[in-house]
Design a protein around this ligand. Structure first.
Ligand code: ITT
Length: 186
């Protein structure tokens, strides 16, 4: 089954392909401004921007990010551009560590909202979350974004240390895509 994904992010695309084997994954550029204040709202903006080009097929968008309890949910929907434009992972990670200097409550969660447009035009939105904590220094070479700083609950190593096979079993994206699979195959 063909699945059009509204994303510029090659890392996300790769994870989606790994989590949903057997689907033909095709990237399409949403070229849309993410102006919503929720992950669900931004996922819908992105999927609607490509769905008109793929009438009769499934289109999908992933809007995701990191919510840190001690920062009142920041970086949240601004995760990609936390340290400003253009988006920079090293700058985002450095700013996150700086803003948590001396903070003992390191609780955080990754959130992933996935919006879909079905072949008949119906819209669906699902959410997956992965709880964890922010470490005091980066560790690991796998993954992308905030992965070197995020230690999922029940583990003592970061997503970047765990590697993609382990990450893709428990991540926010895996949890959202498990629901997507049910919709696609239902
Ligand atoms: P598209 O909108 O083109 O899909 P993007 O990278 O701009 O790509 P988002 O607007 O959804 O995507 O922002 C997500 C940001 O949140 C991403 O750039 C990372 O900084 C972070 N993020 C999301 N999922 C992550 C993950 O699994 N591991 C690490 N960081 C993640």
């Amino acid at each position: 089954m063909k699945l059009f994904i509204a994303t510029h992010n090659a890392h996300k695309l790769r994870e989606i392909g790994e989590i949903l084997p057997g689907f033909e994954i095709c990237a399409d550029d949403p070229d849309a401004e993410e102006t919503a204040e929720t992950f669900e709202g931004n996922a819908l903006i992105k999927v609607r921007a490509i769905a008109a080009r793929h009438v009769g097929a499934w289109s999908m968008a992933d809007d995701s990010g990191l919510e840190v309890e001690a920062l009142n949910g920041a970086p949240g929907v601004r995760s990609a551009r936390y340290a400003g434009e253009p988006s920079s992972t090293p700058a985002n990670n450095a700013l996150l560590l700086k803003n948590l200097t001396g903070v003992t409550n390191r609780a955080a969660r990754f959130v992933c909202a996935v919006a879909l447009v079905a072949p008949d035009g119906a819209e669906h939105v699902v959410r997956g979350e992965c709880p964890g904590r922010i470490s005091t220094e980066p560790s690991g070479a796998g993954g992308f974004g905030y992965d070197p700083l995020f230690v999922p609950t029940g583990f003592d190593r970061s997503f970047a240390d765990l590697g993609e096979v382990e990450k893709n079993k428990i991540s926010h994206r895996a949890r959202a895509l498990a629901q997507v699979k049910t919709l696609l195959l239902g």
